[in-house]
Design a protein around this ligand. Sequence first.
Ligand code: NAD
Ligand code: LMR
Length: 334
Amino acid sequence: MPKDAVRILVTGAAGQIGYALAPMIARGIMLGPDQPVILHLLDIQPVAESLKGVRMELIDAAFPLLQGILATTDVNEACKGVNIAVMVGGFPCKEGMERRDVMHKNVPIFKAQASALEQHAAPDCKILVVANPANTNALILKEFAPSIPVKNITCLTRLDHNRALSHISERLNVDVRDVKNVIIWGNHSSTQYPDANYAIATTDIGEKSVRELVADDHWIDYEYINSVRERGAEIIKARKLSSALSAASAACDHVHDWIIGTAKGTWVSMGVYSDGSYGIQPDIIYSFPVTCQKGEWSIVQGLKINEFSREKMDTSMKELTREESLAYSCLNQT
Ligand code: NAD
Ligand code: LMR
């Protein structure tokens, strides 16, 4: 029996990530090679022509899994019946803008989109927030869509997770698929904590701890952490634009693993609603190591946290609580 099509919303679809992401979804990279999809593409009126162009290209690519495309600038229409929502659209951080200015622009956008999703999306719609500040935008979305289960609202830290895997694979000269169980704790920002203490690599002598294989604590505790944290800024410097194809690919990985499941013995990083695990303040969207089964994520429990890690996890948590207050102050001013 052919499967029913899944409706996937991509906001900011005429932007850089949207342009990379839509064809990946249509090719089955997000939900697999036997899952038909219908794309709902949302952007704003000033780029309506460009959005039309994206739609034309998607048609011309003749993707066998793509059963329909709705391209619109109407948020309510875009959200109708969607099963998955990938929230990429937002006001970009321009030169000279402070984080506060970016939040001032984006928080009201997420408030409005939350209401549209709440009213029009399918009841079990799963949401991935990509637009920055991703964790706090996801929290605002949660706040203004109270009937959507909190477990369905997540943000993207899989790009940082994938960067962490790649950094280790390069350092050890092993294939990236042979590295697993890195962790990104916290905010998708420069305070995130890329933790390699539980990372494992498979080499000719079997599975071994990455820390043992690297045999250089300074690299694991400083160089690796900083290079993962700074990778986004490094890409902006090189491209004069933020990461797009890697962000789109990570968004596919995030949704794929959430819905289809993580491989046995493997975890991934996702920004999810904190339940207080590992002493992280409940009610913020924080990146944890998770496993997924049958469309549900669960935070990996029981990892021992040393003092070094504790301090870094707490620093990112404190940044998120500050961002939360800032977001509310922005809302009060609008
Ligand atoms: P972009 O500027 O190329 O595209 C953003 C698109 O959003 C534009 O087409 C714009 O018109 C649209 N938009 C603006 N307001 C909108 C609204 N109210 N509704 C719908 N669409 C709207 O930016 P990009 O490079 O595609 O990046 C998008 C976002 O993703 C940025 O916030 C960026 O910082 C973030 N990002 C996050 C990660 C991550 O790992 N979480 C990685 C890379 C980029
Ligand atoms: C990234 O990690 O590449 C982006 O979040 C950077 C950015 O500010 O858009």
